[in-house]
Design a protein. Structure first.
Length: 624
């Protein structure tokens, strides 16, 4: 670790806070923080004080203050989460390491609908396909949530909500960002990163509509770190269309379609040495999605169906070339009913049909009925409990369940809350692990997880929120890779602690920080830091001008040197980013700039691969 960089980062944060410490303290700052609503842990709009889970909410405002970045970079600033690869060359494979887990244990939702890739090893969804500028908000539930969301929701659910439609007849947005893309030892400051997005949306009588197009092109860095690097460019474009129609006061239907594609040059492990080298390899991934979401509202409840079809085509061009084709159809039908302001219930059926082409087409189906009940008392006790009966065409039936009590007391115009949970999860092997091109094993057993959590939260109207949670997760039949995919012969155990703080220091100055401690008691986890911390200071200089200073520390972690197959410890590192935005012309035009890795920290995120040095971007956002 560069100790000088770490010290400078802490010093800068301290000076930033002290410099504004003479400002007037806000009177009743951030009432919305106390009354913040979370949805994903129950699928009802409930106040955070009545939730017994750790839910991270990334608001529209926070997304707008990260324009020009990727969704993985933004999520990577949150507690308990390490998106490995997000700091490297654009197009690098991403590892979703949440609470010491990996990609197969994280479920992604887009507008409430599960998305995944049945042909890929981890059966996960590739966040590289998404454009952050099409997203309204993100909620992340950490911990097991399989009772509500099914297979794979063992360490986290990332619930992504796309842009909302304006109530005006026509509204539009145009975004353009130009930036550098350079390494620590080649600070040329050439324009190498280009992001554009345009959208049109509105409401006409009973019809709502939204159409958007975005593209991103990044050049300038080699994936492999070498003496004579060659450039590995990344390009992506996104098209989205969403149309809604209000059939009656109680019935509405939404239809959507999207096409996303990216292409990236990659560096691989060519024979005979099988060590990382600059190669002319390529990776291409494209996804087509469309679906319908009808909803019927009635007194005290609603009935809704979310249905979507996805088709994914991927191709790897290398010494180990593969072509993958996959299709999935997902249907989630559920009834939400509120008996009164104390009992909230949801009963549903989730069906999935997944197919992938290997030597021949392989498939499986799931059909899971589920039930979840939330009780909110008037004396502080809250309870969230549920059960799901997983029915898998290859692995039969498995019951998963969760029990999540919490107790709240009112303190100093706010509340203090203690919460805990006990939950189980079921993760079936994916088609690629069973029948794929590399090391398939049709005799794999499903992985089963048990997660225990206990935590405290304190929240006040004066803009202070403190949250701490301990977790312990036990994995049985963990799927690992040796010469083939196989189940581990011993159970794996991961435990840790997470702390979050949000504080309105003075008027218009907000501070947030989080710290994560992740310990692998049994088993092996690569590239998972034991210690990780993030801190951010945001200051509204005026009504139209905002500045922020962000700091990230990532502790040492293990990796493998594939040239010798020896375990290597990667050094810890610290990063500091700056952001500044200013609105002009009646707040319709915003100019902004980002400086990332301000002190040009040199480090490895993944052994042998390039990481980004100091980079600068300039952006323009026009709202019509």
């Amino acid at each position: 670790m560069n100790k000088k960089t770490k010290a400078l980062g802490i010093l800068c944060l301290g000076m930033f806070a002290f410099g504004f410490a003479q400002e007037q303290v806000a009177d009743s700052t951030k009432l919305e923080q106390l009354d913040e609503v979370v949805i994903s842990d129950s699928r009802f709009k409930l106040k955070r004080e009545n939730s017994g889970k750790t839910v991270i909410k990334i608001s529209k405002e926070e997304i707008e203050r990260n324009q020009g970045r990727t969704i993985s970079e933004l999520i990577n600033t949150k507690s308990g989460i390490e998106i490995n690869g997000s700091r490297s060359v654009e197009g690098q494979n991403l590892g979703y390491f949440v609470r010491g887990g990996n990609n197969r244990q994280v479920l992604v939702l887009i507008d409430g609908i599960q998305v995944n890739d049945p042909s890929i090893v981890a059966n996960d969804f590739d966040l590289r396909l998404l454009d952050l500028n099409t997203i309204e908000s993100i909620e992340i539930i950490k911990g097991a949530a399989s009772t509500l969301y099914g297979n794979a929701a063992a360490t986290a659910v990332i619930n992504i909500t796309t842009k909302k439609v304006s109530k005006d007849t026509i509204s539009g947005s145009f975004l353009s960002v130009v930036g550098t893309n350079q390494t620590q030892d080649d600070l040329n400051y050439n324009g190498s990163s280009f992001t554009n997005n345009v959208s049109v949306n509105g409401t006409a009588n009973k019809v709502t509509y939204l159409a958007s197009f975005g593209n991103r092109y990044v050049d300038g860095i080699s994936a492999a770190k070498s003496d004579n690097p060659e450039i590995d460019p990344f390009s992506r474009f996104n098209t989205n269309l969403k149309i809604g129609y209000e059939i009656s006061e109680n019935i509405n239907i939404t239809a959507f379609g999207s096409y996303d594609k990216f292409k990236t040059d990659i560096d691989g492990f060519p024979p005979p040495s099988f060590t990382i080298a600059d190669t002319n390899d390529e990776y291409i991934s494209e996804q087509t999605r469309f679906g319908l979401s009808p909803k019927f509202d009635y007194k005290n409840g609603s009935f809704q169906v979310n249905a979507a079809f996805s088709k994914i085509d991927r191709e790897t061009i290398s010494a180990f070339s593969t072509v993958n084709e996959a299709e999935s159809f997902v249907l989630d039908a559920f009834n939400k009913y509120t008996f009164n302001d104390k009992f909230y219930t949801i009963v549903g059926l989730n069906y999935g049909d997944y197919k992938s082409l290997f030597a021949e087409e392989e498939s499986y189906t799931t059909a899971d009925p589920y039930l979840n009940v939330v009780y909110v008392s008037d004396f502080g006790l809250n309870l969230n409990a549920g059960a799901r009966y997983n029915n898998h065409s290859e692995y039969g039936s498995h019951l998963v369940y969760s029990l999540n009590p919490s107790y709240k007391i009112n303190v100093n115009e706010g509340y203090a809350k203690v919460f805990g949970s006990y939950a189980t999860s079921f993760i079936a092997p994916n088609l690629s692990q069973l029948f794929g091109f590399f090391g398939p094993n049709p005799d794999l057993k499903p992985e089963e997880n048990t997660t225990i959590e206990a935590g405290l939260e304190f929240n006040t109207k004066k803009g202070l929120r403190l949250n701490g949670v301990f977790f312990n997760r036990k994995e049985e039949h963990t799927i690992i890779f040796g010469s083939t995919y196989e189940n581990a012969t011993t159970d794996a155990t991961v435990q840790g602690f997470e702390f979050e703080a949000e504080l309105s220091l003075v008027k218009n100055l907000n501070f947030s920080a989080n710290y994560s401690f992740t310990e692998v008691k049994d088993g092996v986890r690569l590239r998972v830091p034991k210690h990780k911390a993030n801190a951010s200071l945001g200051y509204s200089i005026s009504k139209n001008t905002f500045a922020s200073l962000n700091y990230q520390f990532v502790g040492s972690r293990g990796d493998i040197d594939f040239s010798t197959f020896e375990n290597i410890d990667l050094d810890s590192f610290s990063l500091i980013d700056l952001y500044l935005s200013h609105k002009i012309i009646k707040n319709k035009v915003k100019l902004f700039t980002n400086i990332t890795n301000l002190f040009n920290e040199d480090y490895f995120e993944i052994l042998g691969y390039t990481t980004r040095g100091r980079n600068i971007s300039l952006g323009l956002n026009i709202m019509l």
